[in-house]
Each structure stands twice: as structure tokens, then as C-alpha cells.
Write a protein that binds this ligand. Structure first.
Ligand code: 6PG
Length: 467
């Protein structure tokens, strides 16, 4: 263990203190500090009997000074300026061989920039994606590490110990250099956005088109969680839909404003996808839907002005289940396409099977599908596309009619299903050998002499409109 670093953690907010307790619970010594020392003291009390290996410090600098070398300090502060500020202070306080770890939801471009800056100053930097919310942080998150293998080596024992376990195997790994860990976490969140949106679309259809109560829909989610849709998000959706508000006695969801927040990771996924010439349409739709949801006043006015009323839909429970399965496969597939594009663009050599494996437990998108996805990436995969892997192509062939039926019924009756429709449009596009962009190319050539590839002929050809 000579090379293993002494461990410090800065930032004892909800996630920071949960992760700190997890580290202590696994028998590791830990130094902690917080911007406000009162919080550190409160944490000491909270740690109770777990506090045997705990050392608290008044400031980040004091902690860095008093930790034995080599040191590894985990930053659990909000993404953005607070991370830059902590790094700046640590660069002055640490020495060669020490490591700074940013464990927040950071934009991977910032991680790349910080890695270069920190390493130029003789220190090591790790960008670490951590998923699983508060409970995950406390009892076992999924951990996506970006940095050098040597840097990971210094913290690997603690990271694998605190991570979630899938059949005894740690859901944590070193995935690539600099921004790779944060990028994988960002795409994880993009998939999370799409999956959440699709579940919400199914809920909306069952409720406002099928006349079911939240509790009835919740019970359906609970049943689906025993089958092919088994996943954390289906499980918690079942629970929240069956929960009752103590104050009013109404379903808990009915006292919640239908306007969703977002901190950026979903949007970044879409932005990066577009920058690399990809379109993660289901994720895009989910990000967009959150944006529309925040226009509450406009929607209230719109209901009056446009006068569109949502009609009834009759869709069987099994059809919803199959539609959700198809849509989920598509969302994962789009996420992995973005990972593939980024891996090429940044030369990360990402191991997709491994990524699916470390998402099997601890993280928010954990689901029964991920084990099959990791297997698919280790097997035959035409065009390197998950949707063409034999097991997934077969599942899609079986479940797509249900997705089509749900989208058709929803559209006909005036229910918005942006993620379902976007997912279906992508898969329908991918199932056509000849599409319709011949006309787009002709239009481009007509108005701008852009040229096109003539079938069986040359690139840079022009149409008769130029003769
Ligand atoms: C996780 C979550 C977590 C958080 C995201 C999403 O993997 O544990 O993704 O990181 O919930 O930040 O947040 P927003 O929905 O607010 O963008």
C-alpha cells in the first residue's frame, strides 16, 4: 500500500458528507474540511462511531498541510467556479505526487483544462463522475474515473471499496484520460434524462388518456419493475406515484409544480453530440421537454388559446411495457453512440462493455438491460451499433410495434410524447436503406452549387438545373 495516498475530502454538503461516511464506513482514514468549519463540526458529530479514522480541519489549506504525503483530496463542491477556487488553493498547498480529484458533475472540457493546468504544476488531477444520488454516495455509487492509470492506482483501493457492487464486482473503474470519466458521467445523465422523460410520457398517457389514478399507474410501474424494465427509475417512479401527500391527502405528485429543473449535464450531452455531428434525439427531446415544462405560464395560456384537448387513449399495459423497453434501448443506444464518437474524437479508447458493467449497480440508470448491453458489446455488433447487436435487434423487432402504437395513439389524441416520437423517428430512419436526403442534396446543389455524390459516379456532381 506504499503508493496509496492519504485521503482528504473537501465539501461536506449532502453528497460530500454521504461519501465521507461511506469512506469511513469502509475502514479508511479520512481528513475532512469545509468552507464553513461549523459544518465540519456537525459532520464530526454525525459520524459518531464511524469517526475513529476521521481528522477534521478548519480549512482546505490546513487539511492539505497536515495530511501525510502522498495526498489525494476529493473535491465535493458545486461544479464551476468553486472547483477552480479550490484547485488554485490546493496547487499552492500540495506538492509533487499529490492528487486533486474533482468528484462533481463537471463539464469535461473544464476537466481537460484543469488536468493540463494542474499537471503543469507538478500535481496529478482526476475527474471522477459519481452517480447514485445521496443514497448511492453513502452506500455505494457507480464511479467513473478519468485521469492517468498511475493516478488511479493511488486511490483504487478506496474507490473500489466504496463503490456499489454488482454480483460482488465493484461498479467503478478507470475509463480513460483527463475528461473521460466526467464525459461518461455526462452521457449517463443524458440517458437518465431520456429514461425519466419516457417514463413521464407513459405516466401522462395512462393518466390523462387512460383515466388511471397515480396510485394505479404506480402499481403498474411496480409490476414492470419485476420484468424486462427492471430498473431503479421504474422502481422509484412506482413508489412516488403511490405516495400520498400528508397535508392534503392527495397523491404526492399532484402537489408538485410540473416544471422541471436541470443543472446542465443533459444539455451538455446534446451539445457535445451535435458538435460531433451526432444526434441523440431521445436525449435532446428530454432536455427540450424540461425546457418547455418551465414555461408554465405560457402553457396555461396555451391551453386556453389553442383549445386542444387531450383525448382518450386505449393502450394495453403490455403495450406500454414493450414501448418503454424499445424506447429505453434506443436511449441507451444513442448514449453509447455519443460515447463512441467522443472516444474517437479525443482518442480515449473507451471500453463500452466496461462502462455498461459499472452502470449495472449504484447509478441512477441502473437497469436489468445493462448486463445484456455489456454482453452485446463483447459480442458481434454490426456497424458497432447496439441496435444491430443480434440480441438487441431481436428485442427491437419485437417491441417496436408497441412503441409505434403508443406514439400513434398519443399523437392522434393530442398527448405530447416528444421522447417516444424522437426515439421512433431515429429507429425508423436507421431501418431505411434509402432515405430522403437525395432531395436535400439536390436543394443544396440548386441554391448553392454544393454538389452531390452521383450514384455510381463522382462526388461534386451537379444537377441538370445547372446546365
Ligand atoms: C446521479 C444524478 C445526479 C443528479 C444530476 C441530475 O447520477 O447521481 O444524475 O448527478 O441528479 O445532477 O441533475 P439535474 O436533473 O438537476 O440536471
Amino acid at each position: 500500500m506504499a503508493d496509496v495516498a492519504s485521503l482528504g475530502l473537501y465539501g461536506l454538503g449532502t453528497m460530500g458528507s454521504a461519501l465521507a461516511l461511506n469512506i469511513l464506513d469502509n475502514g479508511f482514514a479520512l481528513h475532512v474540511a469545509n468552507r464553513t468549519p461549523e459544518v465540519t463540526e456537525r459532520f464530526r458529530a454525525e459520524a459518531g462511531p464511524l469517526g475513529a479514522g476521521l481528522r477534521v480541519h478548519d480549512s482546505l489549506e490546513a487539511m492539505a498541510r497536515e495530511m501525510p504525503a502522498p495526498r489525494a483530496i476529493i473535491l465535493m463542491v458545486p461544479a464551476g467556479a468553486p472547483v477552480d477556487d479550490a484547485i488554485e488553493r490546493l496547487c499552492d498547498a500540495l506538492e509533487a505526487g499529490d492528487t486533486i480529484i474533482d468528484a462533481g458533475n463537471t463539464d469535461f472540457h473544464d476537466t481537460r483544462r484543469r488536468t493540463a493546468m494542474v499537471e503543469a504544476r507538478g500535481l496529478t488531477f482526476i475527474g471522477m463522475g459519481v452517480s447514485g444520488g445521496e443514497e448511492g454516495a453513502r452506500y455505494g455509487p457507480s464511479i467513473m474515473v478519468g485521469g492517468t492509470p498511475a493516478a488511479y492506482g493511488k486511490i483504487k483501493p478506496v474507490i473500489t471499496a466504496i463503490a456499489a457492487k454488482f454480483e460482488g464486482e465493484a461498479c467503478a473503474d478507470h475509463l480513460g484520460p483527463d475528461g473521460a470519466g466526467h464525459f461518461v458521467k455526462t452521457v449517463h445523465n443524458g440517458i437518465e434524462y431520456a429514461d425519466m422523460q419516457m417514463l413521464a410520457e407513459a405516466y401522462g398517457l395512462m393518466r390523462y388518456g387512460g383515466g388511471m389514478t397515480p396510485a394505479e399507474i404506480g402499481a403498474r410501474f411496480e409490476a414492470w419493475d419485476q420484468g424486462a424494465l427492471k430498473s431503479y427509475l421504474v422502481e422509484i417512479s412506482g413508489k412516488v406515484l403511490q405516495a400520498v401527500d400528508r397535508e392534503t391527502g392527495h397523491p404526492a405528485v399532484d402537489v408538485i409544480l410540473d416544471s422541471a429543473g436541470q443543472k446542465g449535464t443533459g444539455r451538455w450531452t446534446v451539445i457535445e453530440a451535435l458538435k460531433m455531428g451526432q444526434s441523440a434525439s431521445a436525449i435532446e427531446a428530454a432536455v427540450g421537454a424540461r425546457g418547455w415544462s418551465s414555461e408554465k405560464e405560457a402553457r396555461v395560456a396555451g391551453e386556453e388559446i389553442l383549445g386542444t384537448r387531450r383525448g382518450a387513449v386505449e393502450i394495453a399495459a403490455e403495450t406500454y411495457e414493450q414501448a418503454l423497453l424499445a424506447a429505453r434501448i434506443i436511449a441507451y443506444a444513442q448514449g453509447f453512440r455519443i460515447l463512441g464518437a467522443a472516444s474517437e474524437e479525443y482518442d480515449w479508447a473507451l471500453d463500452f462493455a466496461r462502462i455498461a458493467e459499472i452502470w449495472r449497480a449504484g447509478c441512477i440508470i441502473r437497469s436489468a438491460l445493462l448486463d445484456d448491453i455489456s454482453e452485446a458489446f463483447r459480442g458481434e455488433m454490426p456497424q458497432g451499433a447496439l441496435i444491430f447487436a443480434p440480441a438487441f435487434a431481436a428485442r427491437l423487432r419485437e417491441s417496436l410495434p408497441a412503441l409505434r402504437a403508443v406514439v400513434a395513439a398519443a399523437v392522434q389524441a393530442g398527448h405530447p410524447v416528444p421522447a417516444f416520437s424522437a426515439a421512433l423517428a431515429w429507429i425508423d430512419t436507421m431501418a431505411q436503406a434509402r432515405g430522403t436526403t437525395d432531395l436535400i442534396q439536390a436543394q443544396r446543389d440548386f441554391f448553392g452549387r454544393h454538389g452531390f455524390v452521383r450514384l455510381g459516379g463522382d462526388a461534386g456532381s451537379h444537377g441538370p438545373w445547372w446546365e
